[in-house]
Design a protein around this ligand. Sequence first.
Ligand code: LFR
Length: 484
Amino acid sequence: MSSFAAVDLGATSGRVVVGTVVDGSLRMEPVARFENTPVRLPDGWHTDVLALYAAALAGVGRASREVPDLESLAVDSWAVDHGLLRGGRLLGNPYHYRDDRTAAAVEDVHARIGAAELFSRNGLQHQPFNTVFQLVASARVGDLALADRVLLLPDLFGFWTTGHEVAEITNASTTGLLPVARPGRADDWDRELLATLDLPGSVLPELVAPGTSLGAVRDDVATEFGISGAVTVTAVGSHDTASAVVAVPLGVGEGAGDAAYLSCGTWSLIGAELDSPVLSEEARCAEFTNERGVDGRTRFLKNVMGLWLVSETLRTWAKQGRPADLNTLLEQAAAVEGPVPVFDVNDPRLLAPGDMPARIAELLGEQGDPVPTDPALLVRCILQSLARAYASALHDVDRLTGRRTRTLHLVGGGARNTLLCRLTAEAVGIDVVAGPVEATAIGNLLVQARTHGLLSGDLEALRRVVARSFPPRVHRAGATTNRG
Ligand code: LFR
């Protein structure tokens, strides 16, 4: 019975999860969990990629010893971040996307190509951290000229473990340097855009689709981490959101066009799965993105700031010597009665690491609202503000696509947050179907299992496996029930 290891790198932690298909259901077992803490150096915020690699591979080694028939591993992570390499050597610790070094690069890029034209080429929501801006920032300080290769983080792991340099296409679509999908046109990097921005196209590797086998784990890696020599590395939807969307039970028991998703973790990605991108001026102005999904689908969605607002608030309190327990706060926040002030969670001032309560207080102050001093009240204010943003984004999804959403699937860590699910159901006014919590790891495992012949069929077939294996919890505006 073959097993697969998903290495899922998240904003605050990474994990290795082993999955097996038994009687058409997916069984999962966590084997390792490790911290991911961005490190602030004098030149900015960085990801400690070597620590992540060592912890992830140690986890795969453990899986390989405990599960003798481990067939493959696959890595997914957050998007846009990358390593610069020369002659196969990593040139430095990758910057973290929350670092604000790209401000001047955004201006440089827009001086050469207007925001509307950029959107018409790459279909992406403007984010100052999109790889295109990061690369221009690296070029400005001379770093890019030292590199002969740029690898997004999961592809960097793929290179270190197999020796093959590729760019998996779902994650490549978040760089800003890949043209939107057009029927009948082969996929390639946007060479014209690269030339316009004076970026060397030669640093970008060959594109591969999810479901491509990258080959066996290198002997030296297998020996170092105690991984069986038979284990291979598979490219899946290596953008975590792409893998999460695979595991949304969309269209199971409902009309395909009736459902939207909210992948809710550090970020909240809310949108619909479409056959082709929406490139209207309205979509650009509403800050929607068209990212590539697995099997050529389009992830039409909006990035909403997400539970980062809560985690960074807790981190701030801990640094100030006032640590708080999230579960207790959520219980207290659920009991809050009466009106709570709300703020714009998408305000760019909330993006960078730092004192989150102070920045929220500033936003509330600007609109003349009282600033909650009680921690539980602040948490309630954040969750209610998120729910309002979800309702507005979902309204835009319908407006921009001409669909009418009747069910919202909420997957990821946020599905565990009953208060958030309830507030979301109240704000959007339709059923919120919560789960699976581990959607990203599940999507990663399902694509591996399909690549290696344990499952077959389209995404709908994979989603039926999800629905069978992980019954969701339904939140209605006034009540919560278990389904399945
Ligand atoms: C979610 C995510 C989002 C991306 C953000 C930054 O984890 O991948 O999709 O916009 O992180 O990379």
